[in-house]
Design a binder for this molecule. Sequence first.
Ligand code: SF4
Length: 297
Amino acid sequence: MTDASPLSPNIPPDAVAETVPGPDSTAVRDRAGSDRPHGDLSGESPLALKESRFSLARYLAAELEDRLGNAEAESVIDAAYKRFDGRFALVSSFGADSAVLLHLAAKVSKDIPVLFLDTGKLFGETKRYRDTLVETLGLTAVRSITPDDTDITASDPNGDLWLKDPNHCCFLRKVAPLHRALSGFDAWGTGRKRYQGGKREDLRHFEASDGRVKVNPLAHWTRDDLKAYAAAQNLPAHPLVSEGFLSIGCMPCTDRVANGEDERAGRWRGQSKSECGIHLSLSENARIVDGATAHLS
Ligand code: SF4
């Protein structure tokens, strides 16, 4: 383990000043002062620390993408696991496609932390499927992340916020809990794919988001790739897939998908909403959710 950096504890402090290019690195160096090691930002203002962290995340994402933009998914996971050394987690919904990413991750290390957002609105089948995959794949570090009780009591006492304001509901049941859970991590992995369309069409293996590196090992996979891999590895399927649910989130906001429909057509059916918010930046979330920041304190 290397010495800790205030920005990213597993990145050598020297690497911060050596690798962050352009004006940002100059700013880091100037602020750090000549009598402190490069990257030592102790005493910096929260805003300066945030700017430095965001700059470093953008640099690291670009550097990793340069090297691994066309790499195999397992190599992408392996690189993130090693580069962020204990500060890389996967986020999994334990949904329809989750087994593939989790199987690939388990080949790298069964100890990679996996964050599971238990919103309080999930299908019982999803929780049982989580338990099945944990046992089948031998995952040792799956953590269930739950909403803050105070938030729920204050903003969704009757449990029907999903009906009245789904963006707000997603924020307090998914976005804010994930934000808190990621506080110990510098990078996190998702199961998003380009073929899912919308904002995912241009997805890269590595991107920067809110001062962290986001890793998308399956970005280039097709639906047929996923099916073939799951079949070859004999991975258990989510029990709701055979009932017509091709993308599975919370029970109130997930519908069956008809033949020929987009696989995500059953999510928030009939609404303009197509993403839960965890893949938007916090500032984007704040623009669409009144009072969002109150849930982050
Ligand atoms: S998917 Fe629906 S129930 Fe789940 S957090 Fe979002 S709005 Fe709430």
